[in-house]
Design a protein around this ligand. Structure first.
Ligand code: SAM
Length: 281
């Protein structure tokens, strides 16, 4: 192997031993560095692929690489606008809460991992209509639509996150099946029923903009579900081992049948798959 190649492999193999996460204790510095490194990676990847295209102009299907940087630029511009203009609490110090690794989007929570962990590929099918409450960038809905062929609506109070979701939906070619609305869930006027509703970490939000009465919230979701519809519900960290939350959940047995529940991510989240009981007894 050539000297250069050996050097590159050596640097690559030793990168994990830099232990950056323990050295950089300040979370905003870590996030800034993570985002900067990620952007560098995306630029290099895009540049490399476009170079390959120059070498092999007969290659097709490279829209992904020609549009990747444009999409990333649009996402970053929106993050800057959020930092400048958004009046409420900003998650993750202005970087993204939702990551989308397969298209190089840096964030705290991996959309692809959650899609697998929540079993969404088995639960959702082409033709289903999904509602994602407090969807943030809507990446869970966008990815689910991309993977399963479903359609759906996502609602979030933060217009900057919604704009990011629209850029990504457009990029992935699912924008015609997805509606992302920048509005409060409290004001949402649905146009029909949903087969599946996502409520992921959205029933008691850190920004204090969505803190409904729990029973009323689950009742409202029940009314939005089609017969036999499913609520996929992710808890907040503070709900784990919280007797009050356990009691609240127990009360929902009158509205829903439990399909499954599991603790995830080192006891930071609990996931429930709850099927609508219809008619309610
Ligand atoms: C903890 S994040 C969860 C995001 C997403 N559901 C997920 O799990 O990836 C809570 C989200 O709720 C949104 N939100 C807060 N108040 C809201 C409201 N009244 N209506 C709609 N969305 C709201 C926030 O903007 C934020 O994106």
């Amino acid at each position: 192997m050539g000297l250069f190649k050996r050097l590159v492999w050596k640097v690559q193999a030793n990168l994990p031993s830099l232990h950056l996460s323990s050295r950089l204790r300040n979370p905003s510095t870590r996030l800034w560095l993570g985002n900067a490194l990620n952007q560098l990676g995306v630029v290099l990847q895009s540049w490399g692929r476009n170079l390959i295209l120059d070498l092999y102009p007969e290659l097709t299907g490279e829209k992904y690489y020609s549009d990747l940087l444009r999409m990333h630029r649009a996402v970053n511009d929106e993050l800057i606008r959020q930092r400048q203009n958004y009046p409420h609490f900003i998650y993750e110090q202005g970087y993204l809460y939702q990551a989308f690794h397969s298209i190089g989007i840096f964030g705290s929570r991996s959309t692809e991992t959650r899609f697998v962990d929540y079993g969404l590929a088995d639960l959702i099918h082409a033709g289903d209509r999904i509602l994602d409450i407090g969807c943030n960038c809507g990446f869970m809905l966008v990815h689910t639509a991309y993977r399963t062929g479903c359609a759906g609506d996502g609602i979030d109070i933060n217009p900057h996150m919604i704009n990011i979701g629209k850029h990504v939906a457009e990029f992935l070619g699912v924008a015609d099946r997805i509606n992302l609305y920048a509005e409060r869930f409290q004001d949402f006027q649905p146009t029909g029923k949903y087969n599946v509703i996502f409520s992921f970490a959205s029933h008691w939000t850190d920004d204090e903009q969505l803190r409904p009465d729990f029973d009323e919230y689950l009742k409202q979701i029940h009314s939005l579900l089609a017969p036999d519809g499913v609520l996929v519900f992710e808890s907040h960290t503070a709900d784990i081992d919280n007797p009050e939350f356990d009691n609240q959940m127990r009360r929902q047995h009158k509205l829903y049948d439990w399909q499954e529940s599991k603790i995830l991510y080192n006891r930071r989240r609990e996931l429930y798959i709850m099927r609508k009981k219809d008619p309610v007894v």
